[in-house]
Design a protein around this ligand. Structure first.
Ligand SMILES: [Ca+2]
Length: 336
């Protein structure tokens, strides 16, 4: 697969913002501590003062003990279920879509628009690996993913490389795995928010430092864009001849929150259906993608992607049943 642009969301978790959770605690405290706010003669300031502290959560010792502090951005936690490591992405705001001064954006990356993620979430530090998929299969009895592509390139368990990301997972395969792991696929907005990790640039570092892609994922460095221009039908075979393919995770530099291989290595399915015009009508908080569609979104670029498409805002779309040698995923959600 070169970069043909051959794509949508079912995830609608109930949202309760941290802000409203805190407000709820304050209200309960006030009911439990019937301080008179009317007493103004002898100790005029004390009642309102204490009520204010309670409202601010400063006297909420009991509640604080019940509710551990939120993880810090980039904090990691291992998921005992799938053996994968997850990274904390805090609630926050960012600009989604075409990055400032990025001359390579396609029409569907615009308009860039403000998005708020109202709940922090855990997201895979890496794409799901062969090792994790083996554990999934051992527990569920699911069939193995493809062992080879049409060129004979060994994939998945046949690649004998446990640290490689799985490939040729269809969208349903990815959804089912994440569900088994106690998680879900990230929304497209969550994915881009976590990929940026606070950066407004089209990449979180120099492309060769952060990503496996067409030029660098084989035995020898190549000019993948040049090869593609020269003879598009031969492109995939030429990459195969050069040994290009998925690579073990965590060898390239991570982004600011410690996410590896989010650009490059494998495309990552996200929850959303695809619509080229969605950014024009996307809601400002926790967008979930179009309600219906025929194709899903993939993000981040892969080992066979041309350099100009290795960008955090780039959107690929494919039918959700496609099992392609560069398509993987990572999970996100609440991790207990
Ligand atoms: Ca990736």
């Amino acid at each position: 697969m070169g970069d043909p642009r051959p794509s949508g969301n079912l995830e609608t978790p109930p949202f309760m913002s941290l802000k409203s959770a805190r407000a709820g605690h304050g209200a309960r405290h006030r009911r439990n501590h019937p301080l008179s706010l009317k007493r103004t003669s002898d100790r005029p300031a004390i009642g309102p003062f204490i009520a204010g502290l309670v409202a601010l959560g400063l006297l909420g010792g009991v509640n604080r003990a019940q509710q551990p502090p939120a993880p810090t951005p980039g904090q990691t936690r291992d998921n005992a279920k799938d053996g994968q490591r997850y990274v904390w992405a805090p609630a926050g705001k960012f600009t989604m879509g075409c990055s400032p001064l990025d001359k390579y954006c396609a029409a569907d990356e615009s308009p860039a628009h403000p998005v708020e993620i109202t709940r922090g979430f855990w997201i895979g530090q890496t794409p799901v690996t062969v090792a994790a998929w083996k554990r999934y299969r051992a527990e569920t009895g699911k069939p193995p993913l493809l062992a080879a592509d049409e060129f004979g390139r060994k994939l998945n368990e046949a690649a004998a490389e446990n640290t490689q990301p799985v490939v040729a997972a269809a969208w349903d395969d990815a959804r089912d795995y994440c569900s088994w792991a106690g998680l879900r696929l990230p929304t497209e907005a969550e994915w881009e928010y976590a990929a940026r990790a606070g950066s407004t640039a089209s990449r979180y570092g120099e492309v060769d430092d952060v990503a496996w892609y067409g030029d660098n994922s084989g035995r020898k460095p190549i000019d993948s864009a040049g090869l593609f221009r020269e003879d598009p039908p031969k492109f995939d075979r030429r990459l195969f001849s050069n040994g290009n393919g998925p690579r073990g995770v965590t060898q390239k530099k991570p982004n600011a929150w410690g996410l590896y291989d989010i650009l490059g290595n494998v495309w990552e399915w996200v929850a959303d259906y695809y619509s080229p015009s969605y950014y024009g009508s996307s809601p400002p908080a926790d967008p979930q993608g179009p309600a219906t569609g025929t194709q899903r979104v993939l993000r981040g670029g892969a080992w066979n992607t041309l350099p100009n498409n290795i960008r955090v805002s780039y959107r690929l779309t494919n039918p959700q049943g496609d099992r392609i040698n560069a398509f993987g995923f990572r999970c996100a959600g609440d991790l207990r």
